[in-house]
Design a protein around this ligand. Structure first.
Ligand SMILES: Nc1ncnc2c1ncn2[C@@H]1O[C@H](COP(=O)(O)OP(=O)(O)O)[C@@H](O)[C@H]1O
Ligand SMILES: [Mg+2]
Length: 212
């Protein structure tokens, strides 16, 4: 796979296709064959820590927040690789601007958030590392349509910050509404790949993911 910089690249696939494993392997959290390049450098053999330092952040499946820490603390943890600086507070401000509900919950424990708020916090926490590449694992999972819409409206704007998004989804309709490129994953293999403008109406995607 080749992910063009500065856009949204969606990977569709059924449950068990290997989507999570794909994202985890980019960060060295799952093993891989072949090679992984990022920004022209080979990163397949360096530690997860160093890959994160190079500008890759994961919003994991199931969000994985720190439930007993506040919203503010969860955000600050996202900046753990950055030196303390006023920029960190500024970024927290910006993220609360993107997701205003986080500001209203700022000092509440993450465990008190709704599913949608938790997903917003998970995305915010990942953005706090100032990644160049954001890996999103099924951000729509388990959320009501209205909340999914809100989150995808925000995801759509991420490339405007000069970032690249690799988005894994079972919600094909939603993913295709924001992505420029799409790939279909079946049992660990890419079976179809290309610009969304060409593949949106492809019968193979329609039949499998959009209800025909
Ligand atoms: N490329 C692969 N080669 C071998 N096993 C894989 C590969 N990708 C995923 N798996 C295995 O398949 C199972 C489902 O993968 P997962 O990444 O959780 O799928 P998804 O996120 O699409 O539901 C896991 O047990 C994983 O270890
Ligand atoms: Mg998964």
């Amino acid at each position: 796979m080749s992910i063009p910089a500065g856009g949204i690249y969606a990977v569709l696939g059924a449950n068990g296709a290997g989507k999570t494993t794909l994202l985890r392997s980019v960060l060295g959290l799952a093993p891989h064959d072949g090679s992984i390049e990022f920004d022209g450098n080979s990163i397949g053999e360096i530690s997860t820590f160093r890959r994160a330092r190079k500008g890759i952040a994961l919003v994991p499946e199931g969000r994985r927040l720190f439930p007993d820490f506040s919203v503010a603390e969860n955000l600050r943890i996202g900046a753990i690789n950055r030196p303390p600086s006023p920029d960190v507070e500024e970024d927290m401000e910006n993220i609360c601007g993107m997701f205003p509900v986080l500001r209203t919950r700022f000092n509440q424990r993450a465990s008190t958030l709704s599913g949608g708020e938790g997903q917003m916090l998970a995305i915010g926490r990942a953005l706090m590392s100032r990644p160049k590449l954001l890996l999103l694992d099924e951000p729509s999972a388990g959320l009501m349509p209205k909340v999914v819409r809100e989150i995808f409206e925000m995801i759509r704007t991420i490339p405007q910050q000069g970032k690249t998004v690799l988005l894994v989804e079972q919600n094909a309709r939603k993913a295709l509404s924001v992505a420029d490129h799409v790939a279909v994953l079946e049992v660990g293999r890419i079976v179809l790949e290309g610009p969304v403008s060409e593949l949106r109406d492809d019968p193979r995607i329609k039949a499998a993911y959009l209800g025909g």
